[in-house]
Design a binder for this molecule. Structure first.
Ligand code: GRF
Length: 202
């Protein structure tokens, strides 16, 4: 399955996909960003994957940016879009181009702590269990159906950077396995329950 990745930052999740899924069930055929200097773009180039940037300032609206970005991804043959640290909300204009084919990794156990600064939100709340969610993207903020989740007990956590470091390997594992499972046809929506995602061979 041809995969397109959108990333705004360091791209460690992109790198995990390149290292562990690319060339197996999945082929990463395009990497896009809203940030021209994103390290993720350099990682893609190093792997020989085409890149493009879509900075907000170049477009009249978020929808216009998303139409251009979806068009470019479709031209590259993308069938599954992975938001891997992409720090923009995608609009319905984007989602209609890839129906039920956009996934995201989020550093919290959704539905707790959606949106920006999820780890900071969790620390402010005083939780003892942190975690990671990979979910389908819908029109809300981190509100689409959950594909896979994993929890991590950190009862003494106080430092967001330390929590982020502890969660990063979980993100890489969960995101790469979600991509591989989707590409292998092992992820389905339960027809009797629209929010339930069935993972595994039928
Ligand atoms: C990850 O923590 C992800 O959960 C969040 O943004 C971060 C991206 O990290 N949405 P990287 O750019 O993949 O290293």
């Amino acid at each position: 399955m041809n995969v397109g990745v959108l990333a705004s930052g360091a791209g460690s999740n992109l790198q995990a996909i390149l290292d562990r899924a690319h060339g197996r069930e999945a082929q990463v055929v395009a990497v896009g960003s809203d940030k021209p200097g994103a390290q993720a773009l350099a990682r893609a180039t190093a792997a020989g994957v085409p890149t493009a940037t879509f900075p907000g300032s170049a477009y009249a609206s978020r929808e216009a940016r998303d139409v251009a970005m979806a068009g470019w991804l479709a031209e590259q043959g993308v069938e599954l879009v992975v938001l891997a640290g992409y720090m923009q909300l995608v609009t319905p204009a984007f989602l209609t181009a890839f129906p039920q084919r956009v996934i995201n990794v989020h550093p919290a156990l959704l539905p707790a702590f959606p949106g920006l600064e999820a780890i900071e939100q969790a620390l402010a709340y005083g939780v003892k269990v942190f975690g990671v969610t990979v979910h389908f993207v819908d029109e809300g903020v981190d509100s689409g159906p959950v594909i896979v989740q994993r929890a991590l007990e950190l009862p003494d956590a106080v430092d967001p950077a330390a929590v982020r470091d502890a969660l990063r390997p979980l993100e890489h594992d969960l995101l790469t396995s979600a991509v591989r499972l989707i590409a292998a046809g092992a992820v389905r929506r339960d027809p009797s329950h629209p929010r339930r995602v069935l993972v595994g061979r039928p």
